[in-house]
Design a protein. Structure first.
Ligand code: FE2
Length: 403
């Protein structure tokens, strides 16, 4: 049985041959039974020292899962022989299997810096933006292109990763277009409101989103441990007038980054203190949601990973540890809220029927001014779906493999 450590099984052959040539060739390989390591050397004298368990575990990914589990538990499977043939190290194992490791595989697994996050766009720097960001002018894509062209879809996903917000044109004003888009870019995230949510201005509704009342900047559903990571708004009907029905958007990463630079103590407090988010929806559904977390969430490298600014569901409980520093927390939080609502950071976006706005729910705050419901029954109607990064990144990885 030959188990090959290369991309040939998942990428077009042309890609394999074009990438192999970019890596220095494998020229030697040795087995060290005492240290239980396989050492491979390239012609530039770079050495890769792989534990037997690692090499075998990955080789057996394409075979039955049971041998790999028992091999890891016992640690008894060893290689018996290794030889070099045409830029590849062929390893014979005591089980009778053989693996092949080539230079392209080594470069792909060990040649890059440590991957920082799950994002497939490893080297892409995010662009933080302020009020002068005009996403109608800067980053628009065509709905049909995204549905039919893999290159355009990948460009769209990259732009979304970079700016956190993209406008899609020409989606028609027919209901259900978001289902097509979500299926193309990943899969939907369901929530207590269902899959495809309609936001429509009506009188006396229990959910603020379905009224004409202004909404301060916020992210959706922070009272869930796994808040939705992207939102998509599809404009079905819109109010007339240049600004009626427009939404407000603010790049929360830009705001948090500014806070970190100008008011580091406030940033520190908001990133280290945990607060309660709570939403009892028992008035029409039998759920009472609660989650605790910081206002500014950092990743393990100390970079900003997510921001939460949803006053309407911020609970009234604080941890015991925070009781002695509540006034400091409030001062820091007030500053963060004021900055997010500052005109320097807010951009206004009015969607027309047939346009879709996609944005990162853990980065971009959204809200709206109050608007009038006119007597002529003019309405503003959006359809909304959520989708997670797991789904979008899974699609992006697949596109990156083949394009
Ligand atoms: Fe919202």
């Amino acid at each position: 049985m030959l188990l090959r450590f290369c991309r040939a099984h998942c990428s077009p052959a042309t890609r394999l041959f074009s990438t192999v040539s970019r890596h220095t060739r494998i020229v030697a390989a040795t087995l060290d039974s005492d240290a239980r390591r396989l050492t491979i050397q390239n012609e530039d004298e770079k050495r890769y020292s792989l534990p037997f368990a690692y090499a075998r575990e990955h080789a057996l990914k394409t075979a039955s899962k049971e041998p790999i589990r028992s091999a890891i538990r016992s640690g008894t499977v060893t290689p018996t022989k290794v030889r070099i043939v045409n830029d590849a190290a062929f390893v014979d194992w005591s089980t009778g299997e053989q693996t092949e490791i080539d230079s392209e595989w080594l470069a792909r697994h060990f040649g890059r810096r440590e991957s920082k996050a799950v994002s497939p766009f490893e080297s892409l720097e995010k662009t933080y933006w302020r009020s002068d960001y005009d996403c109608h002018a800067a980053n628009t894509v065509d709905f049909t292109d995204i549905l039919n062209d893999d290159v355009k879809l990948l460009e769209f996903l990259k732009t979304l990763e970079r700016y956190g917000m993209v406008v899609i044109n020409n989606a028609t004003s027919e209901s259900g277009q978001l289902l097509k888009l979500a299926k193309r870019a990943g899969w939907l995230k369901s929530c207590i409101y269902g899959n495809l949510i309609t936001v429509k201005s009506v009188q006396n509704h229990t959910n603020l989103a379905n009224t004409n009342i202004g909404l301060e900047l916020h992210g959706d559903l922070p009272h869930l441990a796994y808040s939705p990571e992207y939102q998509m708004f599809h404009c079905i009907e819109q109010l007339s007038g240049p600004r009626a029905g427009a939404g407000w958007y603010s790049d929360g990463f830009a705001v948090a980054s500014y806070l970190r630079k100008e008011f580091p103590r406030d940033f520190d407090i908001l990133s280290k203190s945990t607060v309660q988010f709570q939403y009892d929806v028992a008035d029409y559904l039998d759920f009472n949601c609660e989650h605790w977390g910081p206002i500014i969430k950092l990743d393990r490298y100390g970079d900003i990973e997510a921001v939460f600014l949803t006053n309407s569901v911020r609970g009234d409980r604080f941890s015991h540890k925070m009781k002695s520093c509540l006034s400091d927390w409030y001062a820091a939080y007030r500053r963060f809220v004021q900055l997010a609502h500052n005109s320097r950071f807010i951009t206004e976006v009015k969607l027309s029927p047939g346009q879709i706005l996609v944005f990162d729910n853990l980065r971009i705050f959204h809200g709206r001014p109050e608007y009038l419901l006119k007597e002529n029954r003019e309405v503003r109607r959006l359809e909304v779906v959520y989708i997670d990064k797991d789904a979008v990144y899974a699609k992006a990885r697949e596109l990156l493999n083949f394009l």
